[in-house]
Design a protein around this ligand. Sequence first.
Ligand code: G3P
Length: 220
Amino acid sequence: MKFFIDTAELSEVLEARDMGVLDGVTTNPSLMKKASERAGRAVDFHTRIVDICEMVDGDVSAEVTAVTFDGIMAEARVLAALHKNVVVKVPLILEGIKAIRALRIEGIRTNCTLCFSPMQALVAAKAGAQYISPFLGRVDDIASDGVQLLKDIVTIYRNYGFTTEVLAASIRHPIHVVEAARMGAHVATMPLGVIKKLLLHPLTDIGLARFLEDWKSFSA
Ligand code: G3P
């Protein structure tokens, strides 16, 4: 399973990369806004994407903001030209699906975002998306079941042998990651806080404290 970090914050990308388990990065307009707010100035979108690409050896999703076919195509070509690791994030709307197909033909890889139903995911795969991003946390937020959505997508893709990679997104806690791994989702994109939580177990801390204590008295 690949681990991506869901951020546009360079310090967070570095911290996750230095753990040695980072395979890629996903960004979106809201994460860009957050990074700008933290920096106290408007972060240049293209520069930030290139900076991230140079930090991580893996795919980096950069999202279009156009909602027409022509607009999405134009933005996607510019984003894809920034760096070989860029994957263009395209919303799961009619114009987006048309663009995903056309971009596939041009050799530009896409991450189809804002997926909330198995049928949307099926359409995205048929159009030729490299990744599909179901938003687990946002489905849970409306008292529905994000993990079930993910399960349905994985099953449907397996049934037909689609090569589109399932990228579990909008992950809020480690259980989302466990469930995604259990069903064989290809990627989980997580905030830094969730990546760090994957390591935690109280018995590890208690066990380590005991080992160190025993070592101290043994070697004294
Ligand atoms: O990258 C998109 C997705 O992960 C958004 O997450 O927490 O804003 O629902 P969230």
